[in-house]
Design a protein. Sequence first.
Length: 135
Amino acid sequence: ETAVARVVHDDPDAAGLALSLAELRREAETRGLRLRKHANAWVSPELPLPLPIELRAGECYLLSALSPQAGASLDLRLVDSRGRLVAHADGRGALPGLYHCASTSGRYDVVLRARGVSVQVALWLGAGPPTESVR
């Protein structure tokens, strides 16, 4: 949190990151999810980057990739242990986020792929039980 605040003052592109993070925090709070940074990564258009994650059946998850780079664009896929696509968000001209309630516990991969140019991202994860308003 301190690092984000420091970057916002030093880097004009990071102001968008702070705004996006504030929006993401509001979304997680609205859904009753605990939000945390899962990973930092450098993502290229040439090679999809899988990041492993453990999901529990009956829990809901908000996944979002944020970047301090202006104009960053990224695709986000959630793939189960058998390689099946579970959920996706295409970031055409934007950074994607997705909401998924797991029906099966286990290891999944969040697969990130940049559109156009390589991009630095932070993958954020919100987790918690489903709420009545979003089931």
